[in-house]
Write a protein that binds this ligand. Structure first.
Ligand code: ADP
Ligand code: TYD
Length: 210
C-alpha cells in the first residue's frame, strides 16, 4: 500500500460486468467526496491506447504469445508511469478495468504455459500489484453472450470462444486464492444494483482498514 492513494482493479472474464461496475463504483466514491480516476487496460494513456488497437483488433493469431505479452506489458508500463502512479501518489483512488491479473490469465494461460514469464516480466517492468482487486465471477456462457451482444471491432480475444472463457474463469478463481489478501470475489450473475452493492461494501471495508 502506498503512503497516499489507493489502487483498485477489476478483473473477470469478458462480459462479466467489470466496466459497468467500475463506472458505478467511481460514481459512488465521487459522491462520497473522493478524488477518483477511472481507467482501463489495455490503454488508459495515449500511448497505451495506441497499443490497445494493435492487440485487440485483427486475427486471433496476429501476434505470437510472446510478442503479445511484450505489447501488453509496454502498454501497462506507459499507463503506470503517466497515469496510475502519479495519481496514487497524489492521494487519488485509481480504479482500473483490468490490470496485470488479466495478463497472468490471457497471456499466461491461453497459449501454452507462459505464467512464469508473465510474472518475471511483471516483476522487472511493473513491480506493483493493486491494493484491492475485485473479481466479478460469472458463468462463462452468460459472459460470452453479453460480450457478443456488444459487437465491436475489438474481438481478437472474444474470437477465442467459449472454451477459453471457461479456462479463464477457473484461472481467475485460482488467482483469487493465490492472492487472497488483495482479492475479493463477487458473484456477477445478479442484477447490476445487487452486484454494485457488494462491490461498494468490499471497497468501503478496504478503505476503512488501510
Ligand atoms: P465487461 O467490462 O466485464 O466486459 P460490461 O460491463 O461491458 O462487462 O457488461 C457487458 C454487457 O452486459 C453490457 O451490455 C452491460 O450493459 C451488460 N451487463 C453488465 N452487468 C450486467 C448485469 N449484472 N446483468 C445483466 N447485464 C449486465
Ligand atoms: P476489455 O476491453 O476489458 O474487454 P471486455 O470488456 O470484453 O472484458 O479487454 C479486452 C481484451 O483484452 C479482453 O478479452 C482481455 C484482453 N487482455 C489481455 O489479453 N491481456 C491483458 O493484459 C489485458 C489487460 C486484457
Amino acid at each position: 500500500m502506498s503512503a497516499s492513494g489507493t489502487f483498485i482493479s477489476f478483473e473477470g472474464i469478458d462480459g462479466s460486468g467489470k466496466s459497468t461496475q467500475a463506472r458505478l463504483l467511481a460514481d459512488h466514491l465521487r459522491d462520497q467526496g473522493h478524488d477518483v480516476i477511472l481507467t482501463r487496460e489495455p490503454g488508459g494513456s495515449p500511448g497505451a491506447e495506441e497499443i490497445r488497437a494493435l492487440v485487440l483488433q485483427g486475427d486471433p493469431d496476429r501476434w505470437s504469445a510472446e510478442t503479445e505479452l511484450l505489447l501488453f506489458t509496454a502498454a501497462r508500463r506507459d499507463h503506470m508511469e503517466r497515469l496510475i502512479l502519479p495519481a496514487v501518489e497524489a492521494g487519488k483512488i485509481v480504479i482500473c478495468d483490468r490490470f496485470a491479473d488479466s495478463t497472468r490469465m490471457y497471456q499466461g494461460l491461453s497459449r501454452g504455459d507462459l505464467r512464469a514469464t508473465v510474472d518475471q516480466l511483471h516483476t522487472m517492468m511493473i513491480g506493483r500489484e493493486p491494493d484491492l482487486t475485485i473479481l466479478i465471477d460469472m458463468d462463462p456462457a452468460t459472459g460470452l453472450a453479453r460480450a457478443k451482444g456488444r459487437q465491436g471491432v475489438e474481438e481478437r480475444f472474444e474470437d477465442f470462444g467459449a472454451d477459453m472463457q471457461v479456462k479463464m474463469r477457473t484461472g481467475f478463481l485460482a488467482l483469487a486464492e493465490e492472492y487472497a489478501d488483495r482479492f475479493r470475489t463477487i458473484n456477477g450473475a445478479r442484477d447490476v444494483d445487487t452486484v454494485a452493492h457488494d462491490v461498494v461494501a468490499a471497497v468501503t471495508s478496504h478503505l476503512a482498514h488501510r
